[in-house]
Ligand binder design. Structure first.
Ligand code: SAH
Ligand code: SF4
Ligand code: F3S
Length: 443
């Protein structure tokens, strides 16, 4: 019987992509996937360090993993526990100090070494293995070929970040910015499409600062790449995420006019509406330049809608600063957004800034902001009722015969329909809507 693996993924879409690639590697080694942790011979946690809560979640999950490991041991079954991702890069040996029963740990830049690490552990050549290198040659050169597992697929084109926003750990956990060469991206995109992907989402921490080399060694922009990818036969939808507002070029904006399959939805995290706070955050946009970018994007495609990320309670944020954020939300009319209370991250400049905001104030501001954002989201969803929208079905719903898919605006749609529609795009008449999802029928 083949050994089973279980992966739990925390954090951003890049981690989702990385987990999928690790899963393919394990399957190539003969492992079988399981959704039940208690059945797994190999348990892997792919972790996130972005906020304190995300990192602490790992240690409570590890505690539970130890209990399961011990229960299995009583039945004579062994369990290997591994930790991957950004927490490892940030905590290094701390991981083994806090959880000595972890067998191996590696950062986000070295997961291609998973097979050798597992071999070492199995042959008992090492007690535990830690790998937090920033290798000179990108892991992408070593990973086995990627395949789609549904109608939509992520494709990492860029990784790392040189922006050093003062609150953020990513430049430390994912290292310096790196763009994959054009040819590599195109061949992976073609493989994903030929294995069933109708939608591609090009990923990067700052995807729009992409500058990969073409075959002649010339650096090319994201706009160039989008045009190339859009030419792939059979591809129906194209997205890219996450973008850094100050790096949105006119050439990129033009893509939203020229590329038909580029979805009319853009995630453009603003973080704050106050210029004073944006400066302290070391973001390179102001509320004025941000609003101008949004306006140009909407001029390029009048159907385009926006989403964003927000941080409330950044050090020294006043009620007036916060009002500016609310005002910006009102101006942009986001249709979806993520919002967070500022979380102190060790080693980042903001963690030692004066005038840290009280927890109580952060919570109050978050509630106010989220109320406003949810109202906008609900209004947008309600305005979809009666419309016919293209829906790409991606998963089974909780009820019998129900599938869940996504509209061009990333709205979840629940539809009772033929299972054959799974991983296909169908026209759906929207009949009902809540803050979080839509209901409809295939027409
Ligand atoms: N590269 C993207 C964001 C990546 S992190 C960008 O530049 O926008 C995802 C989101 O987590 C950020 O947009 C931010 O809103 C949030 N975040 C990052 N660090 C945080 C911190 N220390 N406290 C609270 N939220 C944080
Ligand atoms: Fe973090 Fe800023 Fe880089 Fe985004 S741009 S990953 S928020 S440092
Ligand atoms: Fe988290 Fe790392 Fe992504 S810190 S948000 S998993 S880049």
């Amino acid at each position: 019987m083949s050994e089973k693996y279980f992966i739990k993924t925390y954090g951003c879409q890049m981690n989702v992509y990385d987990s999928a690639r690790m899963a393919s590697m394990l399957e190539a080694m003969g492992y079988e996937k399981t959704e039940k942790q208690s059945e797994a011979d190999l348990v892997l946690f792919n972790t996130c360090h972005i906020r304190e809560k995300a990192a602490e979640k790992l240690f409570s999950d590890l505690g539970r993993a130890l209990l399961i490991k011990n229960e299995r041991l009583e039945k004579g079954l062994k369990t290997v526990i591994g930790v991957a991702g950004c927490v490892v890069q940030a905590e290094d040996e701390e991981i083994f100090k806090r959880a000595p029963y972890v067998d191996f740990a590696f950062g986000p830049l070295t997961y291609h070494r998973l097979p050798e690490i597992l071999k070492k552990i199995k042959e008992k050549k090492a007690e535990n293995v830690l790998d937090t290198d920033f290798p000179a040659v990108s892991k992408f050169d070593f990973l086995p070929e990627n395949k789609a597992h549904g109608g939509t697929a992520f494709l990492a084109i860029q990784e790392g970040c040189n922006n050093f926003c003062t609150y953020c750990v990513v430049p430390y956990t994912r290292g310096a910015e790196y763009s994959r060469p054009i040819a590599d991206v195109i061949s992976e995109a073609k493989r994903l499409v030929s294995s069933g992907a109708l939608e591609l989402n090009l990923l990067g921490q700052n995807v729009n600062s992409y500058h990969g080399e073409d075959e002649n060694g010339h650096e090319r922009s994201l706009a160039y790449l989008l045009n190339k990818v859009a030419e792939i036969d059979g591809l129906k939808r194209l997205r890219y995420t996450t973008s850094y507002p100050a790096d949105v070029t006119d050439e990129l904006i033009a893509c939203h006019h020229n590329i038909e399959i580029l979805m009319p939805y853009l995630h453009l995290p603003v973080q704050s509406g106050s210029n004073r706070i944006l400066k302290l955050m070391n973001r390179r946009h102001t509320r004025e330049t941000y609003l101008e970018t949004v306006q140009k994007l909407k001029e390029a495609n009048s159907k385009l809608e926006m989403s964003s990320d927000f941080i409330v309670g950044f050090p020294s944020e006043t009620d007036e600063d916060f009002e500016q954020t609310l005002d910006l939300v009102q101006k942009v009319q986001y249709i979806q957004a993520f919002s967070f209370k500022y979380s102190k991250r060790p080693g980042t400049p903001a963690a030692v800034m004066e005038n840290q905001v009280e927890e109580k104030v952060k919570k109050e501001r978050l509630d106010i902001l989220q109320n406003k954002l949810f109202t906008l989201q609900e209004n947008f969803n309600k305005a979809s009722i009666g419309k016919v929208m293209d829906v790409l079905f991606e998963e089974k719903g909780r009820h019998k015969g129900q599938l869940i898919g996504r509209t061009p605006y990333m709205q979840n749609v629940h539809v009772v329909t033929n299972e054959e529609n799974m991983f296909h795009i169908q026209k759906v008449l929207i009949e009902d809507a809540t803050t979080n999802s839509l209901k409809g029928k295939v027409i």
